[in-house]
Design a protein around this ligand. Sequence first.
Ligand SMILES: NC(=O)c1ccc[n+]([C@@H]2O[C@H](COP(=O)([O-])OP(=O)(O)OC[C@H]3O[C@@H](n4cnc5c(N)ncnc54)[C@H](OP(=O)(O)O)[C@@H]3O)[C@@H](O)[C@H]2O)c1
Length: 345
Amino acid sequence: MSSLVYHRSLLGHVRRPNVSKVDVMWDLLLSVIGYLFCLYHLRNLLDFIWFYFLRPTDTYKKYLSGPRPYALITGATDGIGKALAKELYDKGFNLIIHGRNEEKILSVVNEFENSSSSGGDVKYFVADADRPDVDFEGIAKRFEGLNVTLVVNNVGGIRIRLERFDEWTEEEHLIQVRSNAIFPTLVTRAFLSSLRDTARKRPVLVAFMGSTSDEMAMPRIPLYIASKAYIRKLAPSLHADERFDIPDGRVDGAIDFMHVHLGTVRSGLIVAPVNFWRPSSDVFAKKLIGTFGCGRQYVIPYVGHAVMLKMHRTWPKWYVDRGIQKSVRAHLEREGLSLSGLKKP
Ligand SMILES: NC(=O)c1ccc[n+]([C@@H]2O[C@H](COP(=O)([O-])OP(=O)(O)OC[C@H]3O[C@@H](n4cnc5c(N)ncnc54)[C@H](OP(=O)(O)O)[C@@H]3O)[C@@H](O)[C@H]2O)c1
């Protein structure tokens, strides 16, 4: 009301001697804040609608250039990685897939080659991401000269245990960090120089699979959460790093890095029913591919995860924390670990 009075008084229609200058200034300030607040939320809403419902989803095709390109996917023998590899193979990529069990990898290679008419090449490498002695340089050397345009650092794992932090051995902690943080970092480092050569000729993307749990405080898996938080910062930092030596304003020819933020997906890791909040690995893989080449360094490919994350950020922290405590306890029970064994804090 006083805002109206102010605007009308500005136009000279109304004179209100009882409205002080301070009132008018307050009025103006609050109006501006209100407009900015509305603009901010309107912009976010429009961006949400654009990203999940209107945006072209064939931008991945820019990585399908040059001699039939390879997509390298770590942890591709199960869950999201396997679904992603299959989908990319069907879309015309050759593959380099990774796993820790050669027999399982070979059966996946066979499955892909027999179930698709794409006729592409499928190569693989075996490496246990839990171990400290992986020969990253040797692995990268084996694939030198191939036209690799897409790398998805998907490998990762979670081990929820009954014991408290200091009751795990040092090695058990290190395994969590190795598979979720160190392995993706060092695979990327080993392939970087040849990816850089390719990027001078055609677009190259390196994606890292994170987790929305990195925004939460989860009991019994602090190093999984911490490793995923590390991964979230790695992608944009590498993106900036690769552009540091490029002359001002020219970004063509540099590798793109992308962080993938995801909530729960039914996979080898999470065996729970599919619903709106928890898509299957196949559905998630399709959504993920639709974000490749979208130009963003941080994506939440699946709309249900984006909504869930928004709700988590809005709800009171104590409420979210209580829900998480409950679901971890339920998980431990499902795993057959007696809750009576849980020590009270
Ligand atoms: N599913 C979810 O709800 C969810 C949520 C947030 C984030 N994520 C992230 O998404 C990624 C994929 O998860 P997912 O659910 O698809 O997992 P998954 O079904 O368990 O598949 C993981 C893949 O990685 C491989 N792998 C696991 N540990 C390994 C190791 N130490 N060395 C070598 N290979 C290893 C597995 O090989 P084997 O076949 O031999 O086991 C499998 O191929 C992970 O980074 C995970 O943290 C998943």
